[in-house]
Design a protein around this ligand. Structure first.
Ligand code: SF4
Ligand code: SF4
Length: 395
């Protein structure tokens, strides 16, 4: 493990940790596993120890030893059993940039060969198939074929004002495909000139960041930007918060970008979405990457409240304190049991609100919560905000 992955600022921030444990108190992985070793506090201690063991002067003065193979394995397993939800960062009183630190640490572990081998799957799938699930990339827009009333062009136009970038999960998972179907129907009903990229859409690259894989992102960024340019679009819209986040933070700012909740909220304000009464009590789950990550808290709530008949009740932990659903940070792939345990705690909160449905704005949250609700017969409907708007669409 080398120091080159960490900025001077990050090294200084680690030294500023007061060991207050606030990060451990809000960590969904710690709560679900009852294992304090998964907390930010313990991880910082581990990282400091490792860095010191690698620094010449400490070695010479104190003879600090590098970790053994077993210690590496243990440390790496703790690092990757994290949803990257950034709840720890949100509460840290000294303002340590913990999420970036976790990403740097993952890069470091991958480069030095101390990582769960499942990470290789992400690298291979993206290199070979251009999507994270090793599906045929020319089937990305096949879900359009399951839509009633889809136009002949199948939303694959040569030119359009807006590109709807669907993301890998929504393109391939049947439960998540309902989201692009709903969004496309609403955009159509609102008279938006939009197109999909179809097989020209490649993974946005977000899974590479979470997996700590370096050197591949640029290929995906370059390809996707060129695909949007060819359509002559001025805007790109995302129903996936992770795609939105990586385009915000790692793509050149060439196009106007927005998340579906922001885009729809704007359309509703302009009176372009025909809505009917929908009597339903819902609660709203802030996806980590959209809420804490992009600070988009208000637009989804505005949109929910704009639907006549819909009542919003807040979760006990909401907005910046919202608890992760268990679907982030590639955790499902690394430790499916822990991911399900985090989802269980989330669904307990949802049930406590008495809402008939939990609405979110992320296909991965929909997938994680739906899977848990179905397996455990939780009597609450799980849906994306686009699906809620679709239900209220006046046809
Ligand atoms: S919240 Fe911040 S200062 Fe407190 S223990 Fe965690 S990392 Fe350290
Ligand atoms: S990012 Fe979330 S899961 Fe990971 S250590 Fe922080 S609070 Fe825990």
């Amino acid at each position: 493990m080398s120091r080159r992955d960490y900025s001077i600022r990050q090294i200084m921030e680690m030294e500023a940790c007061t060991q207050c444990r606030l990060c451990a108190d809000v960590c969904p992985a710690v709560a679900a596993s009852r294992d304090g070793m998964l907390s930010a506090l313990t991880r910082i201690k581990g990282l400091k120890k490792v860095l010191r063991s690698r620094t010449g002067i400490w070695q010479r003065l104190f003879g600090r030893k590098a970790p053994t193979a077993e210690e590496w394995q243990q440390f790496s397993s703790e690092v990757f059993r994290c949803t990257l939800c950034a709840n720890c960062q949100e509460v840290c009183p000294v303002g340590i940039g913990l999420k970036d630190l976790w990403l740097a640490l993952r890069r470091d572990l991958v480069r030095t060969g101390h990582y769960p081998k499942k990470i290789e799957l992400i690298r291979e799938n993206l290199a070979e198939s251009r999507n994270v699930f090793a599906e045929a990339n020319d089937e990305r827009a096949d879900w359009v074929g399951d839509m009633r009333g889809a136009p002949e062009h199948g939303y694959l136009k040569e030119r359009a004002e807006v590109v709807y970038f669907t993301g890998c999960v929504a393109a391939y998972f049947p439960v998540a495909q309902k989201i692009p179907m709903a969004f496309a129907e609403i955009l159509d009903a609102s008279g938006v000139d939009f197109t999909l990229l179809g097989e020209d859409e490649w993974c946005c690259g977000f899974p590479l960041l979470g997996a700590g894989i370096e050197g591949m992102l640029e290929t995906f960024v370059t390809h996707n930007l060129e695909a949007v340019r060819r359509r002559g679009a001025h805007s790109v819209v995302f129903s996936c918060p992770s795609c939105y986040q990586i385009w915000r933070e790692h793509y050149p700012h060439e196009f106007k970008i927005s998340h579906a909740s922001q885009f729809l909220s704007h359309l509703v304000r302009e009176g372009r979405v025909p809505l009917k009464e929908l009597p339903l009590t819902v609660t709203y789950h802030d996806p980590c990457d959209l809420g804490r990550g992009a600070r988009v808290f208000d637009e989804p709530r505005e949109l929910i409240r704009a639907i006549p008949g819909v009542t919003l009740v807040e979760l006990p932990h909401h907005r910046e304190n919202c608890q992760c659903c268990g679907g982030g940070g590639n955790l499902e792939m690394i430790d499916a049991e822990l991911s399900a345990a985090v989802a269980a705690r989330k669904m307990e909160e949802v049930v406590s609100t008495g809402a008939q449905a939990v609405v979110t704005t992320c296909q991965q949250c929909v997938r994680t919560m739906t899977t848990y609700a179905k397996r455990n017969k939780v009597p609450v409907e799980v849906m994306d905000l686009t699906q809620l708007v679709q239900k209220a669409l006046k046809r």
